[in-house]
Design a protein around this ligand. Structure first.
Ligand code: NDP
Length: 470
């Protein structure tokens, strides 16, 4: 099998990347991943892994990200566990063929949609939630009866090593392989030609994944990010709004694809909202010895520190950085210019720009002038405002009066649109994403009227035309 720690890029414990993929293809070809029992066993394996190895996972996340055990459980383990349990309980039902009504001119016949696994799927994870963004898509892959290669992010090395060690222990090691490595490894994998690629990460790398998959016509799911806005109207409960927004900049140091990237607030309540956000952030950090929040690596630290160095916005809170410790204080910036680098790129860190707007129209126009975000958040008590935001702004998902919570609702599809990604997962949506929906039409041999074949008599033509009008 197929766990694989590659000292040399592209070479794993069980052989070269082509050998690993060929072995998975052989497993898939044997048909053993198709029955519901196999799928349920794998899902149970993921649940057991998360339950039994919680301590080890938390230690790996502490090493990679300096995270506390509870935060690791809540952000990285819980969502994957809920997904696996939800899928395990429903996968038999999802797999059933769906009969479809057919038009009269097809009669007599039966029609149905039959779900088919795609084959061997490549799951490319990100560093920010290294468990959830690998195990979540893996739940979808095995629910749909696929074999999979998991390529965790080398930027969270302890988590990557742990996945390489544990996945073969808990899952069918001849059907699920872990290949560790960097961008070069990912491109080598893509060159093998998979039946689907599922990538979580930044937009720029997303483009490279799509390009790498194109020569093989490999379908791709891209879970990207973008600048997700939080629009705050004057009728919102500002205390709750401030707490909820501030929370997204503290949890995993704001390095979450569904965190609020920036806030657009009605001018009349801007100062009160800023004050309350500052208060909440201070409260959240009050028990901590260090005010700063840990950033994943130097590259990301320098990018974020660069935003702080270049901004001309008023700093309402924070602004401090410590390169030796890789920490950045939770920072609130008031009214940066839209041209400010912090407003041009996705932040992905504990920095929150707050911009005043004079109207809902202005807020909607601001968001719509930029690439479509992964999420839009709106805080209001007005049904009219809510309806306008939901219908006039296109984004991957939307939450009214809260943030990020839609990621943990397996009944809802999770994914981006436009620059924030393509495809979706969670619950049945993930099963559908990684299955082929085969259209099947079953006809009896009889009737088989002569008039349906050439040469067509006038009477046959009239009859056939009439039939298709039906
Ligand atoms: P990314 O995850 O976007 O990209 C880094 C990874 O991509 C590394 O493993 C890198 O390998 C690899 N890579 C580089 N070039 C290629 C290539 N040509 N083909 C395949 N893989 C390649 O993270 P970054 O650290 O670059 O983060 C940048 C931005 O990504 C963040 O600001 C954030 O916006 C976003 N992001 C979004 C996430 C989400 O959940 N939606 C998660 C993580 C990041 P190598 O080390 O060899 O260069």
């Amino acid at each position: 099998m197929k766990s694989a720690l590659n000292a040399e890029p592209g070479v794993t414990e069980s052989g070269t990347i082509p050998e690993v993929v060929a072995a998975l293809r052989a497993t898939y070809g044997s048909g053993r991943t198709r029955p519901a029992t196999w799928r349920i066993e794998q899902l149970r394996g993921i649940e057991r892994l998360l339950d039994e190895r919680e301590g080890e996972i938390a230690r790996a996340l502490a090493e990679d990200h300096g995270r506390g055990a509870f935060e690791s459980w809540m952000i990285d383990m819980l969502a994957a566990k809920l997904e696996a349990t939800y899928a395990r309980k429903r996968v038999r039902r999802w797999m059933r063929s769906r009969p479809r009504p057919l038009p009269l001119h097809q009669m007599p016949a039966l029609g149905w949609v039959q779900y088919e696994p795609l084959g061997v799927v490549l799951v490319i994870g990100a560093w920010n939630g290294p468990l959830t963004v690998t195990l979540g898509p893996l739940v979808a892959a095995v629910s749909a009866g696929n074999c999979a290669v998991v390529k965790p992010s080398e930027l969270a090395p302890a988590s990557s090593r742990l996945l390489a060690r544990l996945l073969p222990e808990y899952l069918d090691a001849e059907a699920v392989a872990v290949v560790e490595g960097d961008g070069h490894t990912t491109q080598t994998l893509l060159a093998q030609g998979f039946d689907h690629v599922f990538f979580t990460g930044g937009t720029e790398i997303g483009r490279k994944i799509l390009a790498g998959a194109a020569p093989h016509l490999t379908p791709v799911t891209l879970e990207l990010g973008g600048k997700s806005p939080a629009i705050v109207m004057r009728d919102a409960d500002l205390g709750v709004t401030a707490r909820r927004i501030a929370g997204t900049k503290v949890v995993i140091s704001g390095q979450a694809c569904v965190a609020a990237d920036y806030v657009l607030v009605e001018r009349a309540v801007r100062d009160e909202l800023v004050e309350r956000i500052v208060h909440s952030l201070n409260e959240f950090r009050s028990g901590e010895p260090d005010r700063g929040l840990r950033i994943v690596n130097e590259r990301q630290f320098d990018r974020l520190a660069g935003y702080l160095a270049s901004t001309e916005a008023t700093v309402a809170l924070g602004g401090g950085t410590d390169r030796a410790e890789l920490t950045i204080e939770p920072t609130v910036l008031v009214d940066p210019s839209p041209e400010d680098p912090v407003m041009r790129e996705e932040i992905f860190g504990p920095i929150l720009p707050v911009l005043a707007v004079d109207s809902l129209d202005e807020a909607i126009a601001f968001v719509n002038a930029r690439p479509k975000p992964l999420a839009t958040y709106v805080f209001t008590k007005s049904a009219r405002t809510r309806r306008r935001v939901l219908s006039e702004i296109s984004s991957g998902g939307a939450v009214v009066n809260h943030l990020m919570v839609h990621y943990m609702a397996p009944q809802l599809p999770f994914g981006g649109v436009g620059a924030s990604g393509m495809g979706r997962y969670n619950g049945k949506w993930g099963f559908e994403e990684l299955s082929h929906r085969k259209a099947v039409l079953l006809k009896p041999f009889k009737p088989d009227p002569r008039f349906a074949y050439p040469p067509y008599s006038d009477r046959a033509i009239t009859l056939i035309r009439r039939m298709y009008r039906a």
